[in-house]
Design a protein around this ligand. Structure first.
Ligand code: HEC
Length: 150
C-alpha cells in the first residue's frame, strides 16, 4: 500500500473514534450519575420511612443507612463530565457554568450527612428530625437550581 494512503487511513482511524468515544463517555457518565442518585435515594427513602414512622425505628439500621447514603453521595459528582450536559439527563446546563455553586451544594450534603450521622449515633432523638430535615433540604435545594423538572 502506498505510504500516503496508509497515513490517510491511520489519520481517519484516529480521527473518528474519539468523537464516538466521547459520545459513549457522555452516555456512560450520565448513566453513572443517575445510577448513583437512584441508589442514594433508595437508602435515603428507607431513612425517610423510618423518621416518618412508616418503618419501625431501628437505630443501628438508621445509622447503617446514613453511612450508605454518605458513601454513595461521593459517587455522582465525578460523572458531571464536560460534554455530558446533553443526552438522557435532567441536569441543568448551569452545572457547568456555575461549578462553584454546584460544588457548594455537594459540600452542604456531606456536611449535613455528617451531622445527621453524629446525631443518630448519639441517639439524640429531638435533634434527629431536625438533622433529617436539614439533609433533605439540601437535596431539594440543589434539585431546584440544578435539576430540570420532569
Ligand atoms: C449538588 C446537587 C445535588 C444534590 C445535593 C442532590 N442531588 Fe439529586 N440530582 C442532582 C442532579 C443534577 C440530578 C440529575 C442527574 C441527571 O439526570 O443527569 C439529580 C437526580 C436525582 C435523582 C433522579 C435519578 C434518576 O435519574 O433516576 C434522584 C432520585 C435524586 N437526585 C435524589 C437525591 C437525593 C435523595 C439527594 C439527597 C440525599 C440528592 N439527590 C441530592 C443534583 C443533586
Amino acid at each position: 500500500m502506498n505510504r500516503r494512503i496508509v497515513f490517510v487511513l491511520l489519520g481517519l482511524l484516529m480521527a473518528i473514534p474519539p468523537a464516538q468515544a466521547q459520545l459513549r463517555d457522555a452516555e456512560s457518565a450520565i448513566k453513572h450519575r443517575r445510577a448513583a442518585f437512584t441508589l442514594m435515594s433508595t437508602y435515603f427513602g428507607r431513612i425517610t420511612a423510618m423518621i416518618k414512622g412508616d418503618r419501625p425505628f431501628d437505630r443501628p439500621e438508621l445509622i447503617r443507612n446514613i453511612e450508605l447514603v454518605q458513601f454513595v453521595a461521593r459517587l455522582p459528582w465525578e460523572a458531571f463530565a464536560p460534554g455530558s450536559e446533553v443526552g438522557n439527563t435532567r441536569a441543568e446546563v448551569d452545572i457547568w457554568l456555575e461549578e462553584e455553586r454546584f460544588k457548594a451544594y455537594q459540600q452542604d450534603l456531606h456536611k449535613e450527612l455528617k451531622i445527621f450521622l453524629q446525631v443518630a449515633q448519639a441517639g439524640d432523638m429531638p435533634a434527629l428530625a431536625q438533622a433529617f430535615e436539614d439533609t433533605r433540604h439540601v437535596c431539594g435545594s440543589c434539585h431546584k437550581v440544578f435539576r430540570k423538572d420532569e
